[in-house]
Structures are given as structure tokens and as C-alpha cells.
Design a protein around this ligand. Structure first.
Ligand SMILES: [Zn+2]
Ligand SMILES: [Zn+2]
Length: 388
């Protein structure tokens, strides 16, 4: 087994090179060692293959990461996945050589994949269902039957390249063929372009499609609809449609996986005496919640089964209610009177809760059992504050 050279060495670049450097070096070397310029040179052929292989790995972040970590062994399942990378490679080469080595890349797989974003509010994500989206697609222009020429006029041979689609540049040994810039390699020009498609021969259309929304879908999730991508101009299988779900934030509920959280404001008297309050849910119907006498601001109460269903398991999460005590504003005269009376009572006797709070503060400053000097970083802050 011949020993493989390091991919970075092959491309003559540093290990921390970014994509631009990798691509630039690849372009330079692939031109240098291309078989067309090195006919019957076995060394160039080896180099050419080496460069291609190195580029296939280093241009893809996931493969590059595996290679960086495990070396060539990390890629034993083959650096060239089926139908993956090979196309990009031939695209890059044809970009330089005007497609004169056509056929080397093998047949195209089919049309391009299309990506759409489907924006949902949290209620829609909770319920699931169906929603219509407009998918951008390219279709043959009906006015010119795809030729790009205004009806009644014709497509003519490119005068610059004589219909070859490529031109020769440079001198002697360094003559290279390049894509004709005048006709972009098509070999044809359209003196009188079709008005509807501006001479492209295709039109961008919007096709409505009903998308299935799984109940509980999360922001960033995606689904693939096979065969709903672009149809290639020359015929062949259509690409796929990738739907990216974008779930909007909710003004009232915060989502954490399958759990939902919301803040529920209660009044002083509700917190002191206890009460039953209604909590809104994503299902639309509010659920009753028992506020206990002495309920504190910040207390969390879990209401099981009022969260969001989890895709796959179907388990429904909980609704976590965070109690927020609302300090009354704009008191009426009567309310003020009552609060003043209450305030007089509080000064007369320290309530048990207040005592325990004061005790805790005292413990904190005098230092409880956990205050033995330790170098552990967690106790650092506590010690400093305790020392005051
Ligand atoms: Zn047209
Ligand atoms: Zn041309």
C-alpha cells in the first residue's frame, strides 16, 4: 500500500487555511497538472488525482474535521461519496476549461434542490396541520417555447466564437480555451430577446404546495419533499424541496423543548390569601390554577400535559407557570388606608417568614457549617462577601 501524502501538503497550504485559500490553491494546481496540458506525463496524472482527492476532503467541513482528527484513516469509508462532490469538481473544472472535457463528470443527477422557509407562529407549531407555501420554480417560457428569442425572430450563431462557445487565449504553450464571454459558452446569441423571459427561455413561477406540519415542530427543523425541486432544462429527474420551519417567538409563552413557560401576574391579596386564577394555554382554552396562600413571586407551578407534543414520541410536555407578584400602583384612598394599617401591624410584630429570612441573612454573614476555608472556586465569592 503506497503511503498517502498529507492533503495540506498536496495542496501546498497551511493546516489552518480557510476555504478561499483551499479553493485558490486547488484551482492553480488542477490547471497545472491537468491531463490536457500534460499529455503522457504519468507524474502529472498522479498529481492531478492527488490534488482532486485532497480538495474533495478539505472543501467539506465535516470531512476536513474528520481528516484533521484521524488522518487518512478517518476517511476509510471513501473520501468520494457517491454522487457527492464529484459534480462540484467537474463544475469547477468546466468553469476553467469551457466544458471541453465534457463527459468526464458523468450524467447530472437531475434538477437542483429548492429551499423554502415556512414561518409558523407557536400555535401553528403546536397544532400541526397543513399550510400552503409558494415554491419558486423555473419553467419553460411559453411565449418563446424556451428558445429565448422574441416570437418571429431567431437565435443566431455567436459571431465572437463562431458558435463554439469557447475562445482561445494566450500564446504558444500557454494557449488555453476559455468560455466565450460574449455568449457565455452557449455558442448562440439572441438579437431580439423574448420580452416575457428576457431571453432566458425560462420563467420563474410560484407554485403553491400544501406542506404537512408535524404537531410540535421546532424552529430550525426541516423536511424534504422529494421531486419538488427544479426540473432540469434538458429533462431528467427533478430535485427535492427542502422546507425549513421557522417558528416565531410567542409574546406570552416561552418554549423549552416540549415544555412551555409563562409568567402569571397575581395581586398581593391573591398571594397572601390564596386564589384560583385562569392560565391561558396554546390550545386556546384556559386552565384553572390554584394559588396557595403565601405563594411567592418567582414560584414555579407545573401543570402537566399542557406543553407541546414531542415529534416522534408524541409525549406532551408541561406548562410551567412562573408566579409574578404585582405591586399595586395608583392606590385608591381606601386601599392606601388599608395598606397603612397593615404596615403598622407588620412593624408591631415580625412575621415568622420575615424572621426566617433575617435568620438566613445572619447565617450567611456569620458563616454556617460550609464556611471552612477551601480553595474551591465556588466558595470564593461567598468567602469574600462573608468576610465583610
Ligand atoms: Zn421567452
Ligand atoms: Zn460565443
Amino acid at each position: 500500500m503506497p503511503t498517502k501524502r498529507c492533503y495540506y501538503e498536496v495542496l501546498g497550504i497551511a493546516r489552518n487555511s480557510d476555504d478561499t485559500v483551499i479553493k485558490a490553491s486547488y484551482r492553480k494546481l488542477v490547471l497545472q497538472y491537468h491531463p490536457d496540458r500534460n499529455a503522457h506525463d504519468p507524474e502529472a496524472e498522479v498529481r492531478f488525482k492527488e490534488v482532486q482527492e485532497a480538495y474533495e476532503v478539505l472543501r467539506e467541513p465535516a470531512k476536513r474535521q474528520r481528516y484533521d482528527r484521524y488522518g487518512h484513516a478517518g476517511l476509510s469509508d471513501g473520501p468520494l461519496g457517491p454522487g457527492d462532490g464529484g459534480d462540484a469538481m467537474s463544475d469547477l473544472v468546466s468553469e476553467f476549461f469551457g466544458g471541453i472535457f465534457g463527459g468526464g463528470g458523468g450524467g447530472r443527477r437531475g434538477g437542483r434542490d429548492v429551499r423554502v422557509e415556512l414561518t409558523l407562529d407557536l400555535e401553528e407549531a403546536y397544532r400541526g396541520g397543513r399550510k400552503s407555501v409558494n415554491i419558486p420554480r423555473k419553467e419553460k417560457c411559453g411565449d418563446c417555447s424556451g428558445s429565448g428569442a422574441k416570437p418571429g425572430t431567431k437565435v443566431i450563431k455567436c459571431k465572437q466564437c463562431g458558435g463554439q462557445g469557447v475562445i482561445l487565449q494566450g500564446q504558444g504553450f500557454f494557449r488555453i480555451q476559455r468560455t466565450c464571454p460574449y455568449c457565455s459558452g452557449r455558442g448562440q446569441t439572441i438579437p431580439d430577446p423574448c420580452v416575457s423571459c428576457q431571453g432566458v427561455g425560462q420563467r420563474e413561477v410560484s407554485l403553491p404546495l400544501e406542506i404537512n406540519i408535524p404537531a410540535g415542530v421546532e424552529n430550525g427543523m426541516r423536511s424534504r419533499v422529494q421531486g419538488y425541486g427544479e426540473t432540469p432544462a434538458g429533462g431528467g429527474a427533478a430535485g427535492d424541496l427542502h422546507v425549513f420551519f421557522h417558528v416565531l417567538d410567542h409574546p406570552f409563552f416561552q418554549r423549552d423543548g416540549r415544555d412551555l413557560a409563562c409568567e402569571v401576574p397575581i395581586t398581593f391579596s391573591q398571594a397572601a390569601l390564596g386564589a384560583e386564577v385562569l392560565v391561558p394555554t396554546l390550545a386556546g382554552k384556559p386552565v384553572p390554577l390554584r394559588v396557595q396562600p403565601g405563594q411567592q413571586s418567582g414560584d414555579q407551578i407545573r401543570i402537566p400535559g399542557w406543553g407541546i407534543p414531542e415529534i416522534g414520541s408524541g409525549r406532551v410536555g408541561d406548562l410551567i407557570v412562573v408566579i409574578r407578584l404585582e405591586t399595586p400602583r395608583n392606590l385608591t384612598k381606601r386601599q392606601e388606608e388599608l395598606f397603612r394599617e397593615l404596615s403598622g401591624l407588620e412593624e408591631a410584630e415580625v412575621s415568622p417568614q420575615r424572621r426566617s429570612f433575617l435568620d438566613r441573612i445572619k447565617d450567611f454573614f456569620t458563616g454556617g457549617e460550609g464556611e471552612v476555608a477551601q480553595p474551591a472556586p465556588e466558595t470564593e465569592g461567598k468567602k469574600k462577601r462573608g468576610a465583610k
